[in-house]
Design a protein around this ligand. Structure first.
Ligand code: SF4
Ligand code: SF4
Length: 405
C-alpha cells in the first residue's frame, strides 16, 4: 500500500481533520468493560454455504461447521427473552454461511420469535441463490431486515462470486434482489465487497438501479495481495464518496440511495451514536455454534481460542474480559486509534478483520483506516455544508428514538 499517496489525500490516521470538524462536539463516552447482558445473538443456522466466492473470509479463517439443531434455536431465543426486558429490543442475526440452506429451521425460528415475549429484530443476510418467488413471499411476510450480497454489475460480481462448480451467479442474485425489492423495498439492503480494481461508483449505481435504497460497500477481508485494494483503488473510493457527498448537499435524503458507511459517519459527525467500538461483539452480541458455544460474533464461530462461554451458562467473565481487553478492545486502548481525529466517527476496526487480516497485534490495516477516513471526511464535509444551507434536511439521519423538540 502506497502510504505517501494516502497521506497526500488525508487518508492516514495521523492526518489533520477536515474543516468544520469539532472534536468536542462528537466525543464518545468510553465503553466500560462488560457485565452487559447479551441482547443479540448471531446464529450459524445452516453451518455451510452453497457458493465458493473467491475471497471468502469465512473459508479463510473458520473451520468446517454443521447445521444447528432445533433445540439450540429454542435455547437461544429463550436466552434473548430473559435478557431483553419489556421496552427493550434484542436481535437475532442470521448471516454466517447461507442461512436459507436451513429453511425449515428458519421457519421454526420465526414461530419461536413470535411466541417469545421479548421484542426481537431479525437481520438476515443471504447470497440470494435460494430466493425464489415462494421464499421471497415468505420473507416479505416477515418483518425481518434483508440484506443481499451483490458485488455490482455482471462483470464485477461474476469475477468473484461463483457457485461450487465455478459458475457465475449474477443472474440468480440480481433476480433475487428484484423479487425482494418488488415485495418489501424498505427492508432490503445490499452489500458489495470491493476488491482490486474496484469501481465504487459503477458498483453503487448498478445496485441502486435495481431499486435498492441502502447500499453497503465493504473492503475485501483477505491477506491475498492480488485481491486486496491498492492505494489507487482507495483513492477511487475517496473520489466516489466525496462526489456522493456533493450530490446529497441540498437534496432530499428520503429520495436518495444511501451509502451505509457514509450515513453512519454523517450521523456521528452530527454528534449522535458516537462510539469507541465498531460493534457489540463480545459484549452485547455473541455468535453461537452448533454445540451452543458462544463466540464474539459469527466471524469467530468455531475458533476455540475465542470461545467466550455457552448458551446454557452464559458468557464466562474472565474469557469475556480477556477478549474485551485484547482483540475486542476499544479505540482508547488501540494504536493508532488513540491519536486519530476520526475515532468517534469510526469506532475502530472490525475485531475479526483486525485479528485475522490486520498487520499484527490487532491493529487496523492502513486500508481499513483509509476507507473509514474517506467516509469520515466526506461526512464532515456534507454535514458542515448542509447545516449552513438547511439543517432540517439532516433530520432523516438521526436515530429515530431521538425525541425532537
Ligand atoms: S481504525 Fe478508525 S479510529 Fe482507528 S486509526 Fe483507523 S480510522 Fe482511525
Ligand atoms: S467483529 Fe466485525 S464482523 Fe463481527 S460483528 Fe463486529 S464488525 Fe461485524
Amino acid at each position: 500500500m502506497d502510504l505517501t499517496l494516502l497521506k497526500q489525500h488525508g487518508l492516514v490516521p495521523s492526518s489533520a481533520p477536515p474543516a468544520g470538524f469539532v472534536a468536542e462536539d462528537v466525543a464518545s463516552r468510553p465503553t466500560r468493560v462488560p457485565q452487559m447482558a447479551l441482547t443479540s445473538l448471531a446464529l450459524d443456522v445452516s453451518g455451510g454455504c452453497n457458493l465458493r466466492c473467491r475471497y471468502c473470509a469465512e473459508q479463510a479463517s473458520q473451520p468446517q461447521r454443521r447445521p444447528m439443531e432445533d433445540g439450540l434455536i429454542s435455547e437461544a431465543i429463550r436466552l434473548l427473552g430473559n435478557n431483553c426486558p419489556e421496552g427493550s429490543r434484542g436481535s437475532v442475526r442470521l448471516g454466517s454461511g447461507e442461512p436459507l440452506l436451513a429453511l425449515p429451521q428458519l421457519r421454526r425460528l420465526e414461530a419461536e420469535i413470535e411466541a417469545c415475549k421479548a421484542s426481537l429484530d431479525v437481520f438476515l443476510t443471504t447470497n440470494g441463490m435460494l430466493v425464489d418467488d415462494t421464499t421471497a413471499d415468505w420473507l416479505a411476510a416477515t418483518d425481518w431486515r434483508l440484506k443481499v450480497s451483490l458485488d455490482g454489475p455482471p462483470d464485477i460480481h461474476n469475477a468473484w462470486r461463483v457457485d461450487a462448480s465455478g459458475k457465475a451467479t449474477f443472474a440468480h442474485v440480481s433476480a433475487a434482489v428484484q423479487r425482494l425489492v418488488d415485495r418489501c423495498a424498505d427492508r432490503v439492503s445490499a452489500t458489495a465487497v470491493l476488491c482490486r480494481r474496484a469501481q465504487p461508483k459503477v458498483v453503487f449505481d448498478s445496485i441502486a438501479a435495481l431499486g435498492v435504497r441502502r447500499i453497503e460497500l465493504v473492503c475485501v477481508a483477505t491477506n491475498d495481495k492480488e485481491i486486496l485494494l491498492s492505494a489507487e483503488d482507495v483513492l477511487a473510493y475517496h473520489g466516489f464518496v466525496q462526489q456522493y457527498a456533493d450530490t446529497l448537499i441540498g437534496a432530499d435524503l428520503e429520495t436518495q440511495p444511501m451509502l451505509v458507511g457514509f450515513e453512519e459517519a454523517a450521523r456521528r459527525a452530527m454528534g449522535y451514536a458516537n462510539t469507541d467500538l465498531p460493534c457489540g461483539a463480545g459484549r452485547t452480541l455473541a455468535g453461537v455454534d452448533a454445540d451452543g458455544a458462544l463466540y464474539p460474533c459469527f466471524r469467530f464461530v468455531g475458533l476455540e481460542a475465542y470461545r467466550l462461554g455457552y448458551l446454557r451458562s452464559g458468557l464466562e467473565p474472565q474469557l469475556q474480559h480477556r477478549f474485551c481487553n485484547s482483540v475486542g478492545c476499544a479505540t482508547g486502548q488501540r494504536q493508532p486509534c488513540q491519536d486519530c481525529w476520526a475515532q468517534s466517527l469510526c469506532g475502530g476496526p472490525c475485531f475479526s478483520v483486525a485479528a485475522f487480516f490486520g498487520p499484527g497485534a490487532h491493529a487496523p490495516s492502513s486500508l481499513h483506516c483509509a476507507i473509514q477516513l474517506a467516509n469520515a471526511r466526506a461526512a464532515v464535509k456534507y454535514v458542515t455544508r448542509q447545516r449552513e444551507i438547511d439543517a432540517a434536511a439532516l433530520l432523516p439521519l438521526l436515530p429515530i428514538e431521538i425525541p425532537l423538540p
